[in-house]
Design a protein around this ligand. Structure first.
Ligand code: SF4
Ligand code: SF4
Length: 358
């Protein structure tokens, strides 16, 4: 008989750092386009896996000396290699027991609604757009959502169905969502990525996290975001979700603004781009990074277009320039506690965070 214990043993043996299991019924309140019950209507259980992000991939950003390890290992490596391997191995155990394992790794930006803001239709994907125009020599528009998708059968939802990974991780008992919208876990703070298996097997379920709040509401993520993308703790700008009785609340982040600053950092946090480029701000292309306009797809395209030539190469995933909210969060949690306690002998941050003088 297939048990949760067998699944967790297989998960840890294959390399997962955390594994939690929830009944699908815990997710019943999700909006239709993101409701996992349409994925596999007979599914009874969802199994969540967390994969730690090594703290060391943030070291180069913390020192201002190496920016590629975070996107290549912590995004690309986990999403493309480490997590799929665990899904595959655990899926085999489930299917050997006669149940189906609908494995679901992180694919992103493939849903019928934008993964940036939940809006339907046309939201551009600037980096892919540039890649296609310049390297593929095609003018095909690339989006954060699929454009002309239709439900394949009556009463269903258009493919590809994407769901809120972090909320499903909370449902599986892996952790809580912090003010910065990151998933926090007691062991790794904000440093993990997640993946899932949906199965028709009924299993023993984990409770959702109910200990002391993992987010300290300290505001370090707000202060250390170079683009002021995360609202102040007492601003009242929140997103609130009732997840089968567990209230999850986080700051209503300006995701499009984050899109620009995460990759490009801005004047004080981007050592790859000469100061003169920001001073000149040709055609007003850097108005968004210079704080002179609000975030919009048009403004983000201008930023990507203007700064793309200053980067050595892409690594498949956007490079991380800021990492501000994550590093700020790790730094606070390590020093003040709540989670990540005693994981490392020395803290991530041993000197003042850098900011270029220009
Ligand atoms: S990833 Fe960077 S730009 Fe985005 S919210 Fe965090 S600190 Fe701000
Ligand atoms: S930095 Fe502070 S407020 Fe922000 S998510 Fe982490 S613990 Fe919460």
């Amino acid at each position: 008989m297939l048990t949760s214990k067998m699944i967790k043993e297989a998960a840890y043996a294959a390399g997962a750092d955390k594994c939690g299991i929830a009944p699908i019924s815990r997710l019943k309140g999700a909006p239709k386009e993101m409701n996992v019950s349409y994925l596999f209507p007979e599914a009874k259980s969802v199994i969540g896996f967390a994969f730690r992000i090594p703290r060391g991939v943030q070291r180069g950003i913390e020192e201002g000396t190496q920016f590629y390890q975070y996107p290549s290992i912590a995004y690309g490596g986990i999403n493309e290699i480490f997590a799929p391997n665990v899904l595959y191995q655990v899926g085999r155990v489930i299917e050997d027991a006669g149940y189906e394992a609908f494995v679901y790794r992180n694919t992103g930006a493939r849903g019928c609604v934008s993964d940036m803001d939940g809006s339907e239709g046309n939201s551009l994907s600037p980096e892919e757009q540039i890649e296609y125009i310049e390297r593929g020599k095609k003018a095909t528009a690339h989006h954060r959502s699929v454009q002309f998708t239709r439900a394949a059968r009556e009463g269903s939802v258009p493919p590809d169905l994407q769901f809120q990974f972090r909320l499903v991780a909370v449902a599986c008992g892996l952790g809580e969502i912090g003010w910065s919208k990151m998933l926090l876990t007691p062991e790794f703070g904000p440093l993990q990525r997640v993946a899932f298996i949906f199965t028709d097997a009924e299993l023993e379920y984990d409770e959702m996290y109910s200990g002391e709040p993992l987010c300290r509401r300290c505001g370090a993520c707000v202060r250390e975001c170079p683009g002021s993308c995360i609202p102040a703790i007492n601003s009242g700008k929140t997103v609130r979700v009732d997840l089968d009785g567990k209230i999850c609340e986080w700051g209503d982040i300006d995701m499009w603004r984050c899109y620009a600053f995460y990759t490009h950092g801005g004047r004080y946090y981007n050592p790859f781009v000469p100061k003169e480029v920001f001073d000149k701000n040709e055609n007003g292309d850097l108005n968004l990074l210079e704080g002179k306009t609000e975030a919009s797809e048009t403004e983000i395209m201008k930023v990507y277009g203007a700064l793309e030539k200053y980067f050595p190469s892409w690594v498949g995933y956007n490079m991380a320039k800021c990492g501000g909210c994550i590093r700020g969060c790790v730094s606070v949690l390590e020093k003040k506690g709540g989670c990540m306690e005693d994981r490392f002998k020395a803290p991530l941050r041993t000197k003042k965070a850098w900011k270029m003088d220009r």
